[in-house]
Design a protein around this ligand. Structure first.
Ligand SMILES: CC(C)(COP(=O)(O)OP(=O)(O)OC[C@H]1O[C@@H](n2cnc3c(N)ncnc32)[C@H](O)[C@@H]1OP(=O)(O)O)[C@@H](O)C(=O)NCCC(=O)NCCS
Length: 169
């Protein structure tokens, strides 16, 4: 019988649980766009990411949802809220004053394709909506086509596209 996966709210105390989950996203990035190498290694990616998460989790409206199976975190979603004027949006689009950003969504490779990512996204959107946030953005690597398909199906549209030219030190 399939094991039950439950969703629960997380906090800054759960930060260490996110390391393998984030690193799986980083690996997905490498796999989906190998032509952009060199990438940072697993230690460096988590060093930078955990510092960002610590900052976001210290803000009042940040939402962390963990997907847990038998006490193991197997997925998470993290969203936070920004003033529209602090983003690239305010000079171009009419929105409410506050924008929600889906900062991260990840499910371990062993558990993908079973609806857990969709449940996490549902939960983040519901929590954001409950605090009045309905204008949403998220960033995704251009070559991560599976994830883009999932987001498009849920109503997100490509909006602001970064191009890069890295020297690769
Ligand atoms: C994107 C992700 C969170 C989706 O979680 P999930 O639990 O697999 O998603 P669901 O089962 O609810 O939905 C499956 C859909 O997710 C998408 N998907 C993205 N990557 C996938 C993968 N490696 N395996 C299966 N489905 C994937 C597909 O669009 C699939 O729908 P399809 O029927 O069109 O193929 C998860 O695949 C993941 O962690 N990927 C790596 C990290 C990542 O790309 N994060 C998002 C970008 S920041």
């Amino acid at each position: 019988m399939a094991k039950t996966v439950e969703l629960r709210r997380g906090s800054a105390a759960d930060l260490p649980l996110l390391e393998p989950l984030w690193v799986s996203v980083h690996h997905r990035h490498l796999e989906s766009m190998p032509e952009l190498a060199p990438y940072v290694d697993d230690r460096e990616t988590w060093g930078a990411r955990s510092a960002l998460y610590a900052e976001l989790l210290a803000k009042p409206d940040t939402i962390l949802i963990l997907a847990v199976e038998e006490d193991h975190a197997i997925g998470y979603g993290l969203a936070h809220v920004m003033a529209a004027t602090d983003t690239w949006i305010a000079d171009t689009w009419r929105t409410a004053g506050r924008i929600g950003e889906i900062e991260s969504l990840a499910v371990l490779p062993s558990h993908r394709g079973q609806g857990i990512g969709s449940r996490l996204l549902d939960a983040l959107e519901r929590e954001l909506s409950s605090i009045g946030i309905r204008d949403l953005i998220l960033g995704v690597l251009a070559g991560n086509e599976d994830a883009i398909r999932l987001y498009r199906r849920r109503g997100y549209r490509p909006t602001w596209v970064y191009l890069s030219q890295f020297e690769g030190r």
